[in-house]
Design a protein around this ligand. Structure first.
Ligand code: 5GP
Ligand code: ZN
Length: 116
């Protein structure tokens, strides 16, 4: 996607703090970190959200999750992390290119969501 922010990051047209890359996914530091460790893992291929995946995306989705723990450890969250995938309006997704947030320590991330 020509105008997609995260596609531009994958193509190197916008600088990012890359922490990992393979043939399916790309990971970089969130520009406004909410925790000491805050990394985004995204597919290299443009996929708008989890509402837009198909069976052909299963290898990418598996990789997205499979690399998360090592990325968390290598970036300072050595004893666990939280993975979040905001999806669509209700999920509060702001950038329409699928991304896994890796939020981590050194301290605990805190409550999952506020109770209604
Ligand atoms: P969302 O709300 O869509 O789940 O999360 C989007 C995330 O992308 C936010 O945490 C935001 O800080 C991050 N972000 C937005 N624009 C940029 C950018 O240009 N570079 C980087 N590294 N992160 C960005
Ligand atoms: Zn994109």
């Amino acid at each position: 996607m020509i105008d997609c922010l995260f596609c531009k990051i994958v193509r190197g047209e916008i600088p990012s703090g890359k922490v990992y890359e393979d043939e399916l996914v790309y990971a970089f530091r969130d520009i406004h970190p909410l925790r000491p460790t805050h990394i985004l893992v995204i597919p290299k291929k443009h996929v708008a959200s989890l509402a837009h995946v198909g069976p052909e995306d299963e290898p990418m989705l598996g990789r997205l999750l499979a690399v998360a723990h090592d990325i968390a450890v290598e970036n300072g969250s050595t004893d666990g992390f939280r993975g979040i995938i905001n999806t669509g309006r209700i999920g509060g997704q702001e950038v329409p290119h699928l991304h896994l947030h890796i939020l981590g320590g050194p301290g605990p991330v805190g409550p999952m969501v506020e109770r209604e």
